[in-house]
Design a protein around this ligand. Structure first.
Ligand code: PRT
Ligand code: ZN
Length: 295
């Protein structure tokens, strides 16, 4: 090992805490890998140094991540907004990551004729999110008893432990299987990147670099590359439908009077745009995924 002299400062490493195993862990690792960061956690260590980027990864339970980041043990973390808000630690939310989307909802037994939030008045609600639920009930001006439990919330009504539940819902099939129906959305959630407040300048510079890559990856996921052929006289109309990053590329085809148009469309507008393009005379439309997108 090189001796440390005044000129050879130890390398600054960013430390990121991600979930060890569970619904966030694979997607958190994939996100880092798609940013060009090498992770090999074959032995399932609790801590590892990444390759290609000055990053150290801590593998933790998701519930502990906000605390580690607020204490500065980790500089960054990836956690669900539901856990972040419930833990109520002083950290900065740097970026919404767009994965592990779910909602925290109130649910009641299916046979109940539910009139609205007033039904909750004086009832007992089981949850693993007592703080978020308390704030929601206060905002709705409802007094209800909160029964904090640590898991299997959805069975609480059927065993007589509570009248309602406040739990995470994704597809809704867990509620259905337990004879419950979703009646109110308390909050929507997705994975977020959090950071310790007041990061040192060197660490902030590394975070900026990482964030640049994360944004390029996520932007690419929200967009598609589109190629099509069209009669040249249709190009002005097609260009107005397909604004692209600046404007679409238009290349002549070997067949006279025809052009090929290349552009980028947002996933959300995709089907609407395709219909308009067909009406404008586009043919042979190809749509391809984009790996990275830097604006
Ligand atoms: O061990 P550790 O403490 O790290 O993990 P955990 O068991 O506490 O969390 P985990 O891995 O289950 O979830 C991590 C995060 O993923 C959550 O905090 C949410 O932000 C997010 N997420 C996304 C979900 C779901 N979807 C989800 N469906 N978290 C939990 N569920 C559960 C929910 O609790 C319920 O039991 O799945 C069931 C409902 O799913 P559906 O599809 O039947 O509606
Ligand atoms: Zn957890």
């Amino acid at each position: 090992m090189k001796p440390e002299t005044e000129n050879s400062k130890p390398e600054t490493l960013l430390r990121i805490a991600i979930q060890k195993s569970g619904r966030l862990s694979e997607k958190s690792q994939k996100l880092l890998q798609s940013c060009g960061i090498g992770l090999s956690n074959g032995s399932r260590k609790l801590k590892m140094k990444a390759s290609n980027f000055p990053l150290e990864v801590l593998f933790l339970r998701d519930d502990d991540i906000p605390q580690y980041v607020s204490d500065g043990v980790a500089d960054l973390g990836i956690v669900g907004e539901n856990v972040l808000i419930e833990k109520n630690k002083p950290v900065d939310t740097v970026e919404k990551l767009g994965f592990s989307k779910c909602r925290l909802s109130l649910a009641v037994r299916r046979e109940i004729d539910y009139p609205g939030t007033a039904w909750m008045q004086g009832k007992k609600i089981a949850t693993t999110y007592p703080l978020i639920l308390k704030q929601y009930l206060a905002a709705q001006n409802i007094q209800a008893e909160i029964e904090e439990i640590s898991g299997s919330v959805e069975i609480a009504p059927s065993i007589g432990l509570a009248d309602a539940v406040c739990d995470i819902v994704s597809t809704g099939s867990t509620l259905l299987m337990n004879g419950l129906k979703e009646v109110e959305t308390v909050m929507k959630s997705q994975a977020v990147l959090i950071a310790s407040p007041n990061l040192a300048a060197e660490k902030q510079a590394l975070l900026d670099k990482l964030l640049f890559r994360i944004r390029a990856v996520n932007k690419a996921k929200q967009n598609k590359y589109i190629l099509l052929n069209a009669p040249s006289e249709a190009i002005p109309t097609i260009s107005s439908i397909l604004p692209g990053m600046k404007s679409p590329s238009v290349l002549p085809l070997a067949e006279p009077g025809w052009s090929s148009v290349h552009s980028v469309v947002e996933e959300d507008d995709f089907w609407e745009i395709i219909d308009k393009l067909k009406d404008a005379g586009a043919e042979g439309i190809l749509v391809c995924p984009i790996e990275k997108m830097v604006l």
